[in-house]
Ligand binder design. Structure first.
Ligand code: NDP
Length: 246
């Protein structure tokens, strides 16, 4: 098997949910972590936890919709740890509402975070991967990137289909030594369910998430992809709560 211990792993959206659980899990497996999000105080606590457990970690305040923020974070990661082995494009927003409500501001927000944020991550780290002739993208899509989550999730689904399309194109284009994994989770416990402003949709989401599985289920799937030998590229993992019918 390959290994996780000693790998430098960047995680966007590490201040809660899947990103936070993945940081904790990879820390126990010996990864060096670069944790990015806007709520820096939460990242600082996580960094303290990793360091107290004998690991190495760095917190960077990043808004993934700001291209320069993402670039500066990659520069800081390389300055501190010398390389980046894995870049987990995880930050995301899910704002559910019927398309007929035309919540255009929320559509733009989801496109900015879920699509452009991922592209800024790829743009910032790809030159590092190319120079190392080694690297691994892990992009978080969704079951909503495999099936259209409608009514209500049409634009969210659009962003998550985009993540899958971009991941597959990156895999095909970037050459033989850079790996690309897309993770497509179903309902997972996190703060994501709180992102909808329409009361009826928010209630639907709350009910749907009663079946949610813990965030460390996704952390284990990500670890599985990372720990494969360098010549094995796990391209896509879809995981759901067993009882989820969608
Ligand atoms: P959370 O809401 O718990 O976490 C979202 C994370 O993204 C937070 O750390 C948040 O940090 C960060 N984030 C949001 N906007 C920005 C921004 N502009 N710049 C930087 N960071 C940002 O949700 P999840 O953990 O569930 O979501 C993680 C990913 O998993 C998302 O891409 C989501 O679409 C995907 N996903 C989740 C599923 C689920 O059921 N939970 C199912 C399928 C996919 P901060 O606010 O501090 O910036």
């Amino acid at each position: 098997m390959g290994q996780i211990s000693g790998k430098v792993v960047v995680i966007t959206g590490a201040s809660s949910g899947l990103g936070e659980a993945t940081a904790r899990h990879l820390a126990t497996l010996g990864a060096t972590l670069v944790l990015a999000a806007r709520r820096k105080e939460r990242l600082d606590l996580l960094v303290d936890e990793c360091i107290a457990a004998g690991g190495k970690a760095l917190a960077v305040k990043v808004d993934v919709t700001e291209r320069e923020d993402v670039k500066a974070m990659v520069t800081a990661a390389v300055a501190q740890f010398g390389r980046i082995d894995v870049f987990i494009n995880n930050a995301g927003l899910m704002a559910i509402a019927p398309i007929t409500m035309t919540k255009v501001d929320e559509w733009e927000r989801m496109i900015d975070i879920n699509i452009k944020g991922v592209l800024y991550g790829i743009a910032a780290v790809l030159p590092v991967f190319e120079q190392q002739n080694d690297g691994h993208f892990v992009n978080i899509s969704s079951v909503a990137g495999v099936k259209v989550f409608s009514p209500g999730g049409t634009v969210y689904s659009g962003t998550k289909y985009a993540v899958r399309a971009i991941s597959e194109g990156v895999r095909h284009e970037v050459g033989a030594n850079i790996r690309t994994t897309t993770i497509c989770p179903g309902a997972v416990e996190s703060e994501l369910k709180l992102g909808s402003s329409d009361a009826e949709s928010a209630q639907f989401v709350q009910d749907f998430y009663k079946q949610a599985i813990p965030a460390d289920s996704v952390a284990r799937a990500i670890a599985y992809a990372i720990e494969q030998p360098a010549d094995v590229d796990i391209n896509e993992i879809v995981l759901r709560p067993t009882q989820q019918d969608f």
